[in-house]
Ligand binder design. Structure first.
Ligand SMILES: *[C@@H]1O[C@H](CO)[C@@H](O)[C@H](O)[C@H]1NC(C)=O
Ligand SMILES: *[C@@H]1O[C@H](CO)[C@@H](O)[C@H](O)[C@H]1NC(C)=O
Ligand SMILES: *[C@@H]1O[C@H](CO)[C@@H](O)[C@H](O)[C@H]1NC(C)=O
Ligand SMILES: *[C@@H]1O[C@H](CO)[C@@H](O)[C@H](O)[C@H]1NC(C)=O
Ligand SMILES: *[C@@H]1O[C@H](CO)[C@@H](O)[C@H](O)[C@H]1NC(C)=O
Length: 442
């Protein structure tokens, strides 16, 4: 295959050179005498047309000669670049990865596996945050369906690099496609590197600014261009509730979608939420103290609804209907916490994207934690130490409630139910079944 392209390209390059040479020579012979326009330097962006459309006004053959050399070099570079691209796209076609999770499942951490991939990856952290805020959906009934359609369509546009689709949802409205308000911009390497990182502007406050360097407010057009130039795209979201709602994306021939669903023990999720979103869980804390939990309470029912959505999505994924063949993978947070490198390698194998040295280094650095903490969204933890901490801060009564309403999901994912408070805090009893989910890799 490669040699075919090579022959073809060399042929084309030769033709182009000969054609242009004749062209210039004939023009030059017309105009050899008076010099008409000042010499235009070759543009550093490598545009061949620049050389050839400047009216052919080379004033002498001695100038022409180096110009040809440069032209020839450039054409060769193009040929090489093109070959490289063709080669890359054959052995490694563009992939679109959706990391589908719920809050407190370690999705920021797992998102980093892709964010850190390197210069081939365009990663967005939770872009649907803006959408949810702007269109405060009631997460039930017809409105939940409406929300899932809006989310799906926006994801589709984002995967196609139409970042402008987000503008309607960003507040305050971006001006001339520039915004200082994109949620968690700093969590996306591609939004903080050249050329998307424009020179810093002193008077603009950017809440979610880049971490390692100071940049001007985000130019969404530049970001979209960067997106288009990357080979792979990944988006992390905690806002897609049902896998089935994404079917049209998987059937969109412009996209090579791969979905990774990330799940975690719902008891641990609740424990973690009670810390991270403390004020929203006053009722739960009260129930824990009273020792009695009203199962019919709206909040308990909401938890049940969440668990059911996660379970139903996973059941669809594990069943592997034709639209999901080789495109769905289920991962447990607990397995990632215990075997981060192995799990990351598996995820990369599933996506078909090269597992780079940068990712490996990032994982090594960030799983053998340091003691200092980085806030509730911190990804820097001793992961194998962290994942069971919840067992020592969750009141047994609450664990029981979760088991009651999330039982089917827990069973599917291999989270063991407990029947007494001693088991909850006994470290030598694992609450995890070793479970292997099988996926087709393509
Ligand atoms: C190259 O740069 C010149 C001048 O900056 C510009 O006019 C031209 O459109 C550029 N060409 C490409 C292909 O970017
Ligand atoms: C090209 O040459 C013609 C006359 O030879 C001149 O009128 C015209 O301005 C030139 N154009 C450019 C872009 O230099
Ligand atoms: C944003 O980037 C685009 C694409 O490079 C550019 O054309 C536009 O002028 C930029 N906007 C501003 C306000 O700098
Ligand atoms: C992380 O935690 C595990 C399990 O407690 C422990 O064996 C390991 O030494 C810890 N690593 C670091 C770097 O603290
Ligand atoms: C914890 O569980 C182990 C294994 O079941 C048991 O041998 C041990 O006695 C338990 N420890 C406590 C403090 O209950």
């Amino acid at each position: 295959m490669r040699s075919k392209y090579t022959i073809f390209l060399v042929f084309v390059v030769a033709l182009v050179i000969i054609e242009k040479e004749n062209n210039i020579i004939s023009r030059v012979s017309d105009k050899l005498t008076p010099r008409q326009t000042p010499q235009t330097p070759l543009y550093p962006n490598g545009s061949v047309s620049v050389l050839l459309t400047q009216n052919g006004s080379y004033s002498s053959l001695s100038e022409l000669d180096p110009a040809f050399k440069r032209l020839k070099n450039r054409l060769e570079n193009y040929a090489l670049q093109f070959l490289h691209q063709v080669d890359n796209e054959q052995s490694n076609p563009r992939k679109h990865i959706l990391l589908m999770a719920t809050t407190r499942t370690g999705s920021s951490f797992v998102g980093e596996f892709f964010n850190q991939q390197g210069s081939n990856m365009f990663y967005l952290f939770e872009p649907l945050w803006h959408v949810e805020r702007m269109v405060t959906f009631e997460a039930r009934g017809a409105n939940a369906v409406a929300a899932s359609i809006v989310y799906r369509d926006i994801l589709q546009q984002l995967f196609l690099c139409d970042l402008h689709v987000l503008e309607h949802f960003i507040s305050p409205l971006p001006e001339h496609h520039i915004t200082p308000s994109l949620f968690r911009r700093g969590s996306s390497r591609s939004l903080c590197e050249d050329p998307v990182c424009t020179p810093f502007v002193k008077k603009t406050f950017e809440k979610y600014h880049c971490k390692n360097r100071r940049c001007g407010p985000l130019n969404l057009t530049l970001a979209a261009e960067s997106c288009l130039s990357k080979q792979h795209r990944a988006i992390k979201t905690v806002r897609v509730r049902q896998l089935e709602s994404l079917q049209p994306l998987l059937e969109d021939s412009r996209l090579q979608m791969k979905i990774i669903q990330l799940v975690r023990d719902p008891r641990a999720i609740l424990a973690s939420r009670m810390v991270a979103f403390s004020s929203k869980y006053e009722n739960w804390k009260k129930w824990a103290v009273n020792g009695e939990v009203p199962i019919e309470d709206e909040e308990v029912q909401k938890l049940k609804g969440n668990c059911e959505n996660i379970r139903l999505s996973a059941e669809v994924g594990l069943r592997q209907p034709s639209w999901l063949k080789a495109r769905y993978m289920l991962v447990r947070y607990e397995d990632i916490a215990r075997y981060p490198m192995q799990k990351a390698a598996e995820m990369y194998r599933f996506t078909g994207i090269p597992f780079t040295r940068q990712v490996k280094e990032w994982i090594l650095k960030n799983t053998q934690g340091s003691k200092e903490s980085g806030g509730v969204y911190s990804t820097k933890k001793n992961s194998s130490e962290q994942f069971e901490k919840w067992r020592f801060r969750m009141p047994y009564q609450l664990a029981q409630v979760v088991q009651k309403v999330c039982g089917p999901a827990m069973e599917l994912f291999g989270y063991k139910l407990i029947e007494d408070p001693m088991t909850l805090t006994n470290r030598s009893i694992s609450l995890l079944e070793e479970k292997v989910f099988h996926f087709t890799y393509l």
